[in-house]
Write a protein that binds this ligand. Structure first.
Ligand SMILES: *[C@@H]1O[C@H](CO)[C@@H](O)[C@H](O)[C@H]1NC(C)=O
Ligand SMILES: *[C@@H]1O[C@H](CO)[C@@H](O)[C@H](O)[C@H]1NC(C)=O
Ligand SMILES: *[C@@H]1O[C@H](CO)[C@@H](O)[C@H](O)[C@H]1NC(C)=O
Ligand SMILES: *[C@@H]1O[C@H](CO)[C@@H](O)[C@H](O)[C@H]1NC(C)=O
Ligand SMILES: *[C@@H]1O[C@H](CO)[C@@H](O)[C@H](O)[C@H]1NC(C)=O
Ligand SMILES: [Cu+2]
Length: 390
């Protein structure tokens, strides 16, 4: 019964129009992964229409569907492709830091952690949240390609598969084609998340990641605000050097509660998809809620659960690629809202600040050139970006 629902939805190809409520209800009864596949198809149809319209008025630039990079599910990369990505991450980890201002950064991997930590309060709960992170993971992808010879593009972690047992996920299974497995068992009192309002029980880990290709790596910056209890001391200075292992606590309480068909539908076709403000707030998580963005971080646990320094977990980039993919799908399905931003320039407007605009600059320190938000709203146009998701 479940699978009969998807074709029903796809019969209506032109989905710039609102999907009928009964279809929404039927989809909501299927699982997240099925819904995601249906949404992907809708987004592709919308993309083809929008690109065809562009060509009709010859606005097509140097980047188009025929030459765009394709970002894929980690699971769908071949073993050699996965190993090439892992090799390139290790290569980047061995490159020197490019910014002496962040003295705790001992290598180029750390530079990304440092730039993010330094700006945490102006890139989350802000107008630039979606585009700042979009551009950051793009720079990471390009660095892997240009400095470390990676042949592919940034893969994403499909949250909806393996969410009931993350240990089986190709991203986290601990094999040499994963981004590492769970942490060693570390007795602790779960994680406190959702701005202190939600308690998640411990998983089976919490200590140093015990398997996979990055098992001997050292991380050097933070933690600042790990959600995981008992993970101390914390360092609030971006210059504080704190070498240690990377910790993880694969937490199914986060994934199964939040990676649901209904949450995905809400932000893509439902109430929360109507405006960019609703979309980003519902996707990101707010006081007392986990939401898709937060749930990915808390499902990783350990270092990945720290809003300041979650980039210490190399799976951060696959999680944020998935965030970006949902943003991309939403943009394609809501063209009238796709180029807008909503919010101010401080974390949930605290302290109060001006409203953000598409002319605001995205500051990446020494990771790459500054661009304006408007330059990265479209992954296929005008600015530096040229990619789609599959
Ligand atoms: C663990 O944390 C929860 C939530 O803060 C609290 O209710 C509980 O009492 C704590 N347990 C211990 C043993 O500290
Ligand atoms: C980690 O270090 C141990 C001990 O030196 C070594 O046996 C193992 O191969 C290393 N693993 C990786 C993935 O580098
Ligand atoms: C859907 O999103 C709306 C708007 O953000 C929110 O009020 C509502 O609680 C969400 N519904 C569910 C089921 O999460
Ligand atoms: C941002 O979106 C919210 C709804 O989420 C809306 O109430 C608010 O007016 C919007 N602000 C701006 C500046 O567009
Ligand atoms: C850290 O952030 C501040 C303000 O957000 C910025 O002015 C400064 O240049 C950043 N430091 C570095 C080294 O990028
Ligand atoms: Cu972030």
């Amino acid at each position: 019964m479940r699978f009969a629902l998807v074709p029903t939805l796809l019969l209506g190809a032109a989905v710039s129009t609102v999907t009928a409520a009964p279809q929404l209800e039927r989809l909501a009864a299927s699982d997240g992964d099925t819904v995601l596949a249906a949404l992907q198809k809708q987004a592709e149809d919308a993309l083809k229409q929008q690109e065809a319209a562009k060509e009709a008025v010859s606005k097509r630039g140097a980047c188009h569907l025929g030459n765009a990079a394709i970002r894929r599910d980690w699971e769908h990369l071949s073993s050699p492709e996965k190993k090439d990505y892992i090799r390139a991450v290790n290569c980047l980890w061995d490159l020197p830091s490019v910014d002496p201002a962040f003295s705790a950064a001992r290598n180029h991997f750390d530079d990304y952690v440092a730039v993010h930590m330094n700006q945490t309060n102006t890139i989350h709960g802000t107008a630039n949240f979606l585009t700042w992170h979009r551009y950051l993971v793009y720079l990471w992808e390009q660095k892997l390609r240009n400095k470390c010879g990676y042949k592919g593009y940034l893969p994403y972690w499909n949250w909806f598969k393996y969410q009931t047992d993350l240990h089986q996920s190709p991203v986290f299974d601990g094999s040499d084609t994963s981004l590492g497995g769970d942490g060693q068992f570390f007795a602790h009192n779960g994680s406190v998340v959702g701005a202190g309002r939600i308690w998640l029980p411990s998983g089976a880990g919490g200590g140093c990641v015990k398997s996979g290709p990055f098992v001997n790596r050292t991380i050097n910056i933070g933690p600042v605000q790990p959600a995981m209890q008992g993970y101390t001391p914390v360092f609030t200075d971006v210059k504080a050097y704190n070498p240690r292992c990377q910790r993880r606590d694969l937490t199914m309480a986060a994934s199964t509660s939040t990676f649901t068909a209904s949450n995905l539908l809400n932000v893509t076709l439902g109430l929360a998809s109507a405006t960019v403000g609703h979309f980003q707030d519902e996707l990101q998580g707010s006081l007392g809620t986990l939401r898709l963005h937060g749930a990915g971080h808390y499902a990783m646990g350990g270092d990945g659960s720290d809003v300041f320094t979650s980039l210490n977990d190399p799976a951060f980039y696959l999680h944020h690629a998935m965030i970006d993919r949902v943003y991309w799908i939403w943009q394609l399905l809501h063209p009238a809202e796709a180029n807008k931003v909503n919010g101010t320039i401080t974390f949930r407007n605290n302290p109060p600040s001006r409203v953000g605009t598409v002319n605001d600059w995205l500051d990446m320190g020494k990771l790459g050139p500054q661009v304006q938000i408007k330059d990265v709203l479209n992954t296929l146009g005008g600015g530096p970006l040229c990619y789609i998701y599959l």
